[in-house]
Design a protein around this ligand. Structure first.
Ligand code: FAD
Length: 400
């Protein structure tokens, strides 16, 4: 008879893996959950290197997982932070049109927000100034349910509350799956652990982990770095200020975010990263870069969106160009106001044909659930995502 070290083994101690662990023990007390995280603590990658925004859900296609989970997740995240004493604030946010060409897209967003059940208010220039005296725009919308929180602290609390055995410094390097027996995982130090089911929440490495398990993920994670500056005069911004997003690249567009500690972050942009954890231009991992360049989808994105890409690269290399982009929203800002701050890298799943997977993507195979696309707003939506993954994995668990 096979003996198992746990019922469910979760790869990845970011907010999605830890929320899944928490949801598993909530839904089915007594389930033995083991989380393996390669770093020496939780949330060292996307979860600990993001804008910290609790998104309202205004941007996402009605009915999509993103829309459903973000709207519900935002409310739950605020409650979770309040209940567990985690720094957070519901600040509201402005989405500001600075050019006439953006006005139809701003109106479409109002419509979308209403379809998603989100309270939105349309503002003219004078009302913009009432919220944000230094911000200039032709029109804006105010979304009252947006907030900020400390996602690293949320992840750490989920780890504690889950009661799971969370092991740090444990990189999964091999997976052996036998549908009738279960899953055996080997870590970099040679430890072998057996589980009845596996959940892959490996973020920037989720497609590789899927392949280790013998599954074809059908997507490749193409890493896009987001670089930030911190505002030396944080008093210039009171809350959260966003430009009108481009539907082709909803994650693009430098925004201004006052975090829970009162500092204001400016960014991120989006530039290709030469490593999955490539937090600066110097970090190059040839094998990972070759993997990205060898994916046909990468070249299709480059061909389709080179003009956009060139603009983003220019703003990455030229602080003056970056400052100019910020000045569209915040004319008072100068180059001297912008101090470099740590970057993050987004795990964006890309199809072979170059399509950026828009919605969250969760795939099942024998005894395994793979979370293959969990970009923004997955931190906001992490509690509902965790419940969804947990419910799917509990259904796959054999009764023996
Ligand atoms: C620049 C940026 C800004 C963002 N802003 C926001 C925002 O304001 N609001 C919002 O809701 N979302 C935001 N997001 C998105 C959000 O951060 C992510 O959606 C979320 O953190 C994803 O969590 P995760 O657990 O899937 O990934 P991660 O946090 O990356 O966790 C995955 C974990 O898996 C581990 N791992 C990988 N491979 C292995 C292995 N083989 N063995 C063991 N462990 C492994 C990694 O070390 C990592 O800790 C932003 C993202 C970025 C990059």
């Amino acid at each position: 008879m096979t003996t198992y070290d746990c019922d469910v083994l979760v790869v990845g101690g970011g907010i999605v893996g830890l929320s899944t662990a928490y949801a598993l023990t909530q839904a089915s007390p007594g389930t033995r959950v083991l989380v393996l995280e390669k770093e020496n603590g939780p949330a060292r990658h996307q979860t600990g290197r993001n804008s910290g925004v609790i998104h309202s859900g205004i941007y996402y296609k009605p009915g999509s997982l993103k829309a459903r989970f973000a709207v519900r997740g935002a409310e739950e995240m605020v409650e979770f932070c309040a209940r567990h004493g985690i720094a957070h604030e519901v600040t509201g946010k402005l989405i500001v049109a600075t050019e006439r060409a953006e006005l139809p897209r701003l109106h479409a967003l109002v419509q979308r927000g209403r379809e998603n059940g989100i309270p939105v208010r349309e503002l003219g220039p004078a009302q913009i100034a009432a919220y944000e005296p230094e911000v200039r725009g032709l029109a804006a919308i105010h979304v009252s349910t947006t907030g900020v929180c400390d996602y690293g602290a949320v992840a750490a609390r989920l780890a504690e509350l889950s009661g799971a055995d969370v092991r740090y410094g444990a990189e999964v390097v091999r997976i052996d799956r036998r549908p009738e027996l279960g899953v055996a995982v080997r870590t970099a130090d040679g430890t072998v652990l057996r589980a009845r089911a596996l959940v892959n929440c490996a973020g920037l490495h989720c497609d590789r982990v899927a392949r280790l398990a013998g599954d074809d993920p059908g997507v490749r994670i193409v890493p896009f770095r987001g670089e930030y500056y911190e505002l030396a005069r944080p008093g210039l911004v009171k809350g959260l200020v966003y430009p009108v997003p481009d539907p082709a690249f909803p994650f693009l567009g430098v925004h201004l975010t006052r975090g829970v500690d009162g500092s204001v972050h400016v960014g991120p942009n989006a530039v290709p990263a030469a490593a999955r954890e490539g937090y600066d231009w110097r970090t190059v991992r040839p094998a990972e870069l070759a993997g990205t360049l060898g994916w046909p989808g990468t070249w299709r994105i480059a061909r389709r969106h080179w003009r956009y890409g060139a603009g983003e690269l220019h703003r990455s290399w030229s602080k003056r160009a970056f400052t100019e982009a910020v000045r569209r929203l915040l004319p008072a800002v100068t180059e001297a106001d912008l101090r470099p701050a740590p970057a993050g890298v987004r795990a964006q799943a890309v199809l072979r044909d170059g399509t950026l997977v828009d919605d969250f993507l969760i795939r099942e195979s024998a005894r395994t659930i793979h979370v293959l696309n969990a970009p923004s707003p997955a931190a906001t939506a992490s509690l509902p995502i965790g419940r969804e993954v947990a419910s799917r994995v509990l259904q796959t668990l054999p009764r023996s």
